[in-house]
Design a protein around this ligand. Structure first.
Ligand code: PEP
Length: 259
């Protein structure tokens, strides 16, 4: 059985280290020692060391929002996997649509970052998803299949089970529009079938696939209840501790029922 996994992508928020620490502390207290649902927060890189200290003793993981594919060297402004491990990261988000579409990240760049993340022993959260135009042109499956093929190239089945995927339709990110639970389930089932073709069914069944795109307390349960949706990557609604904790409670209720 796959354990539900909720990750908060704080993006370029909040504006001060004090506010970031306060948010992390509230998440830590709210989660307590619960282990029935996996939880992580992904703060801006400048706050990582401090948030690591805040989260000490907590099962809440910490992810970076990006990393470079090289292990060290002349790459101004970049961060390596070993640096992220050194400041306490457990996870790293790769290929978020705001980087793919806003900053020109390609599948082959994401593939190199993925290899570097695995070398560093970070758990990668690899984001994939179609734009509104691609969905309207009925190309969702082609786009997602291409992103999977390009981003995951060269991975062994064993490595694949240590990778988290996040299906995030670009048109649903930060827009208030959410894929219907059926739309999301359909793409998640398609992703799992593709993983089964590329690796094998047992591997596909072990991979955690999160949904992302305007997830909030009022819609998370109807998404997580679907068989192939194993959690959520949450942007805006993860910046309010009460909302993030409410979503974790929904996931815990479901985990208990499923268990
Ligand atoms: C995200 O940042 O990955 C995301 C899904 O954002 P939001 O929840 O705000 O749509």
């Amino acid at each position: 059985m796959r354990t539900l996994f909720l990750a908060g992508n704080w993006k370029m928020n909040p504006n001060s280290h004090a506010a970031a620490a306060e948010l992390a502390q509230a998440v830590k207290v709210g989660v307590g020692q619960a282990s029935d649902v996996r939880v992580a927060v992904c703060p801006p890189a400048v706050y990582l060391s401090q948030i690591d200290a805040v989260l000490e003793g907590s099962p809440v993981g910490m992810g970076a929002q990006n990393m470079h594919w090289e292990d060290e060297g002349a790459f101004t402004g970049e961060l390596s996997g070993s640096m992220l491990i050194d400041v306490g990261c457990t996870h790293v988000i790769l290929g978020h649509s705001e980087r793919r579409h806003g900053l020109g990240e390609s599948d082959s760049m994401i593939n190199r970052k993925l290899a570097a993340a695995l070398r560093a022993r970070l758990i990668p959260i690899v984001c994939i998803g179609e734009t509104r135009e691609e969905r309207e042109e009925d190309r969702t499956e082609d786009v997602v299949a291409g992103q999977l093929q390009g981003s995951l190239a060269g991975l062994s089945a064993e490595q694949m089970t240590g990778v988290v995927l996040a299906y995030e339709p670009v048109w649903a990110i930060g827009t208030g529009l959410t894929a219907t639970p059926q739309q999301a389930q359909d793409v998640h089932a398609f992703i799992r079938d593709r993983l089964s073709d590329t690796f094998d069914r047992a591997t596909a069944n072990r991979v955690v696939v999160q949904y992302g795109g305007s997830v909030k307390p009022s819609n998370i349960a109807e998404l997580l209840v679907r068989p192939d949706i194993d959690g959520a990557l949450i942007g805006g609604a993860s910046l309010k501790a009460d909302d993030f904790l409410a979503m974790i409670r929904s996931a815990r209720d479901l985990a208990t029922k499923k268990g």
